[in-house]
Ligand binder design. Structure first.
Ligand code: PA5
Length: 357
């Protein structure tokens, strides 16, 4: 196993500089906001009655986080669509539907297919990408294009993909000005960064400590409300960065099924670590439920840990946990001798699908 205190070894293994990219998240949050401010948006888009975000993987999670963040503040429903064909309701209400197609590469076939269908059905359309086919189509169609430049895998460009969505909705009048909340989040992450960075030794670095405790384990991340979307981000980061099987669960729903599945297979259950994401501002019922669920799982022999968000605004609280989880997933990869950046199975699947076109 790689020593997480050996900074030279960590840097040598981290060929794609994932640790550096993670550390840039606060800067990305600010840059993403500025970037989206420059795009022209038709006034009619602000009259949409529903918002559908198209995307896959690292380009879809920003939509989930947005949905979680603004659930209590946005007057229209926000849905995330991860598939080829659009749901039938889009055809019936296209002129009242804002569709935002998000693809970091601009070449993801599910997103392109759904985007094409949205265009044919007459929905209000915006493209969000670094380039590729999506940018080319946006230019050809003359639809708003939010183009950002950031050399990284999609999952490491979350600052751009998420904040662009947020800024678009603010600019279209669906949300109040959330820039002060965004600034709070960026400043908080800057303050957290020295404690999580690779130079900080294991004994003083909560991300390294948690990563080490997860070696050989299967993490299951639990979150309620907006933190359920953060739990999903943690799961995806464990998969892609750490090359580790992981699951995410949503409270209160998990209390109605998951808590019963703790007997079999005994060897498998013994390998689980439940990570509970806690919000200091959660309501009393949610807090009670979270603690009771952890007690139940502990009694069933499942290791449980609680990670508590920091910050005042919901955006800062969500991103404090996202930042921690990103570092944990990276250290977990490095501890096990894996470079966090490459994702050969995704590349193989995309090549196979492209060849069969
Ligand atoms: O993290 C990844 O690389 C993937 O989950 C991609 O985001 C996913 O395959 C979609 O690709 P793109 O983000 O380029 O649309």
């Amino acid at each position: 196993m790689v020593d997480l205190n050996d900074v030279r070894a960590l840097r040598a293994l981290d060929g794609g500089h994932m640790l550096r990219l993670i550390g840039e998240l606060p800067d990305q949050l600010r840059a993403g906001w500025r970037n989206a401010a420059a795009v022209n948006l038709p006034a009619a888009y602000g009259r949409a009655r529903r918002i559908l975000i198209l995307g896959m993987g690292g380009s879809a999670i920003g939509g989930d986080l947005l949905r979680g963040l603004v659930a209590a503040r946005c007057p229209v429903p926000i849905m995330v669509h991860r598939d080829y064909s659009l749901p039938a309701w889009v055809a019936d209400s296209a002129s009242e539907t804002l569709v935002i197609a998000s693809s970091h590469s601009g070449n993801t076939e599910e997103t392109l297919t759904a985007c094409h269908e949205a265009r044919e059905k007459g929905a209000h359309l915006i493209a969000l990408t670094t380039g590729g086919e999506l940018a080319a189509r946006a230019r050809a169609w003359g639809i708003p294009l939010v183009l950002y430049r950031y050399a990284s895998p999609p999952r490491a460009a979350l600052g751009y993909s998420f904040v662009s969505l947020l800024a678009l909705l603010v600019r279209l009048g669906f949300l109040p000005d959330l820039q002060p909340e965004l600034e709070e989040a960026a400043s908080l992450l800057e303050a957290m960064r020295p404690t999580l960075a690779e130079e900080r030794p294991l004994s003083e670095n909560p991300a390294k400590e948690l990563a080490l405790s997860l070696v050989g384990r299967v993490p299951v991340i639990f979150g309620a409300g907006a933190l359920a979307t953060v739990a999903r981000r943690w799961k995806c980061q464990f998969n892609e960065n750490s090359k580790t099987w992981a699951m995410w669960e949503e409270l209160p729903e998990a209390d109605h099924n998951t808590v019963v599945g703790t007997n079999f297979p005994a060897e498998g259950i013994g390998r689980l670590t439940a990570l509970f994401l806690a919000d200091p501002q959660e309501d009393a019922r949610t807090a009670l439920r979270r603690r009771a669920t952890a007690d139940l799982l502990s009694e069933a022999g499942i290791a449980c840990r609680t990670l508590t968000a920091r910050g005042e605004g919901l955006l800062a609280r969500m991103f404090s946990l996202i930042f921690l989880g990103d570092y944990v997933s990276c250290y977990l990869a490095l501890a096990q001798g894996a470079d966090p950046t490459p994702i050969p199975p995704i590349d193989r699947l995309k090549a196979l699908l492209a060849a069969a076109r």
